[in-house]
Design a protein around this ligand. Structure first.
Ligand code: FES
Ligand code: FES
Length: 171
């Protein structure tokens, strides 16, 4: 019987050089070095110790990793840290100011808009981005524009109510 084992004679390839990246987080410039394929999500969690941003799917499907980059909400698992060199990044840790919660953080508490809390940092960052966009006016529009943020606990009605409160559109 023919031996199907295949031996590779390829030389192991050396790792590429790490790349220096600077991000402004919570008003402070943070410089670190990463391999070129490190996602912004992993850079935040593993290099800057900002573990409030969660990894759910790591494939752009759940929104747990949502952060604000230069004011726009993105899935941080889908972008490389090196692509964001020089950016201002706001994570859940950076939303409170002068000891006061962001109005949407407070609204999540007021409306009990979480159960396990795993999706919550992404929900709140996404909601802050949504409010800044000014596109959603109705609960249906909030649901539509927040559809990239999955909550496995099903806290959606409370999340929508919290966003309405922070938008000032809750009757
Ligand atoms: Fe980024 Fe799920 S972890 S979208
Ligand atoms: Fe548990 Fe949303 S609160 S996944």
């Amino acid at each position: 019987m023919q031996d199907r084992a295949v031996q590779s004679d390829a030389e192991p390839q050396p790792l590429p050089e790490k790349v220096s990246v600077t991000l402004t987080v919570k008003g402070t410039e943070r410089r670190f070095s990463v391999l070129p394929w490190v996602s912004l999500l992993d850079a935040l969690r593993d290099h800057l110790d900002l573990t409030g941003t969660k990894k759910g799917c790591d494939h752009g499907q759940c929104g747990a990793c949502t952060v604000l980059v230069d004011g726009r909400r993105i899935n941080s698992c889908l972008t490389l840290a090196v692509m964001r060199d020089g950016a201002h990044v706001t994570t859940i840790e950076g939303l409170a100011a002068n000891g006061a919660l962001d109005p949407l953080q407070q609204a999540f508490i007021d409306h009990d808009a979480f159960q396990c809390g795993y999706c919550t940092p992404g929900q709140i960052c996404s909601g802050v981005g949504l409010i800044a966009e000014g596109r959603a006016k109705t609960p249906d529009e909030i649901r539509e524009f927040m559809s990239g943020n999955i909550c496995r606990c099903g806290a959606y009605p409370n999340i929508v109510a919290a966003i309405q409160q922070a938008m000032g559109t809750r009757p």
